[in-house]
Ligand binder design. Structure first.
Ligand SMILES: [Zn+2]
Length: 136
C-alpha cells in the first residue's frame, strides 16, 4: 500500500525548485487539466517524486496504462530538465527530458526519455516513451 506524500503548498515544486508547488504542478494534481504536454510531463515527474499513484494512472492513456505504479523507496529523484517539447500532430506532442536520480547510496544516474502524449478532450495523456540511453 503506497501512501501519497503531500507537498505543502509553499514548498518548491519537485519539477522546478524556483516555483512553489501550489503555483506549479499542484494545480494539475488538484484536478485542473494540465494545459500542455510539457506541463503534464512535469506534473507526472512531480507525481513520481510525491508517490502520487492516482495522478499517474489518471494521466496514463488507457491503451498503455499499467495496473499500478510501484515506487522504489530507495530511489531519490534529483531533478528534471525538459530538453525539448514539440507538437507532432493535431492532438499529439512529444517531450524529451532528462530526469536525474540516485538509488540508495549510489552515484547519480540519468533517465533520458522522449515521451509521447495525446490530447483527449481537454486532457493530455501520456502514451509511451522511448529511452535515449542512460548515462551518468
Ligand atoms: Zn511543477
Amino acid at each position: 500500500m503506497q501512501v501519497t506524500r503531500r507537498a505543502p503548498s509553499f514548498e518548491p515544486c519537485p519539477c522546478e525548485p524556483s516555483r512553489p508547488y501550489a503555483e506549479c504542478c499542484g494545480r494539475w494534481h488538484a484536478g485542473t487539466p494540465a494545459p500542455s504536454a510539457e506541463a503534464l510531463m512535469r506534473s507526472r515527474y512531480a507525481a513520481f517524486v510525491l508517490c502520487n499513484e492516482a495522478y499517474l494512472l489518471s494521466t496514463w492513456h488507457p491503451s498503455t496504462r499499467p495496473a499500478g505504479v510501484t515506487f522504489d523507496r530507495g530511489q531519490q529523484w534529483l531533478g528534471l530538465k525538459v530538453v525539448a517539447a514539440s507538437v507532432t500532430g493535431v492532438n499529439q506532442a512529444e517531450v524529451e527530458f532528462i530526469a536525474r536520480y540516485r538509488i540508495g547510496g549510489g552515484s547519480a544516474a540519468r533517465l533520458h526519455e522522449r515521451s509521447r502524449f495525446v490530447l483527449e478532450g481537454e486532457r493530455w495523456l501520456y502514451v509511451d516513451g522511448e529511452q535515449r540511453g542512460t548515462r551518468r
